[in-house]
Design a protein around this ligand. Structure first.
Ligand code: HEC
Length: 264
């Protein structure tokens, strides 16, 4: 089941490859380069690409769905219409859907239950933009994911299990890279553990890819780069991993970066 995501292919990428990447020749620092690009965008256009996604998301947030309602009628965790700081308290349990939801799945849920869209009518790009808009209103907020409800505790435990599940002849897992190699660099990128605030930069615009990544997109990128099937968007494995990672970041006292973040 969920384990399969981790079990199937983690083995494909060995630590040997990881070390080889780390020791590859050393061109310019990708993060300094990102800061340079960011400055260039600001000087040339006066706006960052991520801000354009947030702007688009704001328009979509106020668009009426088939039911005639906008997303203002959706409770994102602090009551309908309240958006400030909600990203910092998600994932959490919602009695109306009887599910623990992250922001992305919550947008997806409310587009159906409040706005009356059918699942097949919901475009991933729209959820991405709306998520970016709402998350931007938690820019710099202290992360406050503290599982209490039994369903939240269950999600945390499932997320931890997914995080640590070691598989295959190489015995790989998220933890093998992110905990054991925390603080080291792979392909010039520092690898962080949940305790070091993993997850606090998303949604982010990555200029190398010229794409906006939400947290679910970023987790899928990791699954992809190690060649294992990625979980469906809005699915339990995503929400579980987010719950675990952000609860650990909460314990360590982390805040979000300026959202949407701008990175390499
Ligand atoms: C083979 C090693 C490896 C494995 C296994 C791995 N990652 Fe990563 N991950 C990385 C590296 C390296 C980066 C940073 C690379 C970059 O930004 O190009 C990264 C980046 C990330 C980021 C974004 C960076 C940040 O600081 O916010 C997240 C989130 C993430 N990984 C989650 C996961 C999750 C969840 C799993 C398990 C499903 C996982 N990773 C498995 C190597 C790995």
């Amino acid at each position: 089941m969920k384990r399969i995501y981790l079990l199937t292919g983690l083995a494909l990428l060995g630590l040997g490859a990881l070390v080889a990447y780390t020791q590859a020749q050393k061109p310019l620092d990708p993060f300094e380069e990102a800061m340079r690009q960011r400055q260039m965008y600001l000087e040339t256009f006066g706006v960052l690409p991520g801000e354009l996604f947030a702007e688009e998301g704001k328009e979509l947030f106020h668009r009426k769905g088939p039911s005639g309602k906008t997303l203002e009628a959706c409770d994102f965790g602090k009551g309908p219409g309240v958006l400030e700081g909600v990203y910092a308290i998600l994932p959490k349990y919602f009695p109306d859907s009887k599910r623990v939801e992250d922001l992305e799945s919550r947008v997806y849920t409310c587009m159906q239950t409040v706005q009356g869209y059918k699942p097949q009518e919901i475009k991933r790009d729209e959820v991405r933009a709306i998520t970016t808009y709402i998350a931007s209103l938690s820019s710099k907020a202290k992360i406050q994911v503290v599982p209490k409800h039994p369903a939240e505790l269950a999600m945390y435990n499932l997320g931890r299990e997914l995080w640590y599940t070691r598989a295959g002849p190489r015995d790989m897992s998220c933890a093998v890279c992110h905990d054991q190699y925390a603080g080291q660099r792979v392909r010039l990128s520092p690898v962080r553990s949940p305790k070091q605030g993993l997850g606090n930069e998303w949604p982010a615009y990555r200029f190398e890819e010229d794409r906006l990544y939400t947290f679910e997109d970023r987790i899928n990128f990791c699954y992809e780069s190690i060649g294992i099937p990625k979980p469906e968007f809005y699915s339990e494995p995503h929400i579980a991993l987010a719950t675990y990672i952000l609860a650990e970041a909460t314990k360590a006292g982390h805040s979000f970066e300026e959202l949407p973040f701008f990175t390499r």
